[in-house]
Design a protein around this ligand. Sequence first.
Ligand code: NAP
Length: 253
Amino acid sequence: MFDLTDKVALVTGAGRGLGKAMALGLGRAGANVVVTSRTLSACQAVADEIQRSGRQAHAVACDLGRGTEVVQLVADTYERFGRCDVLVNNAGVNLSFLPLFETSGAMFDEAFAVNVKGPTQLAQLVARRMGEGGGGSIINVITAGILPGVRGIANLGPYCASKAALHMLTRVMAEEWGPLGVRVNALAPGTFVTDMMAELESTIPGFIQHAAEQAIQKRAAYPDEIIGAVVFLASSESSYVTAQTLAVCGGVC
Ligand SMILES: NC(=O)c1ccc[n+]([C@@H]2O[C@H](COP(=O)([O-])OP(=O)(O)OC[C@H]3O[C@@H](n4cnc5c(N)ncnc54)[C@H](OP(=O)(O)O)[C@@H]3O)[C@@H](O)[C@H]2O)c1
């Protein structure tokens, strides 16, 4: 069970944080992995680690805010592996912790470019080919912070709005691409100790502790604790799961 041998997984934001844990975890489950973010050296280090465990891995630099780079990422993936069975749209940016009165249009543009438009473009480019290859799984990483329903977090307007948009697009993708054999689900992390959280902590001391206390488990999580959920959604063990949201949040939502 949970075997991804001979599957190809593309993970964005995979040079560090949750994406790195997911890429390594998918590799351990047997997948060959395309490891991508803007920083090639970080991706190469993760790819090397996957290769040492006996799987194939390919590091590609791509800024999700640049459409031509997204097109090239997909071309590189198919040139290297000939297929893509799993897409994890993990990369995301927060950018600011500001009230809406101080939030500019440019901040919304950047959040939506990286958190919504890039992942959607990537999904568009792989979904049809996934279908032609017998189906696939797309996993869009949102945030448990906006669940259940659609909850807002003060001072995180562009981030919350962009994640809510990706959440909705997950449902639309699942509807449109279900007939192709492509399942699309959202994965919603709670509070994980990564650079993104460290940035928030440096702006607002105590942020991580406060966020952790919202969870039933009263703690933040380590990146490896996301692996089980992403391997489940990637594998055929979730073959009847689509258009759903899986929260890995210690019971926060
Ligand atoms: N950590 C948490 O507690 C938490 C909670 C809820 C949701 N999430 C979500 O989980 C995902 C991963 O979060 P994380 O905590 O691991 O974040 P992180 O440590 O800040 O890592 C973000 C990743 O995204 C990449 N990235 C940023 N901008 C990019 C761009 N323009 N193009 C391509 N890649 C880009 C970064 O690599 P480069 O800088 O090299 O490009 C990095 O690999 C995000 O979508 C985040 O919103 C995290």
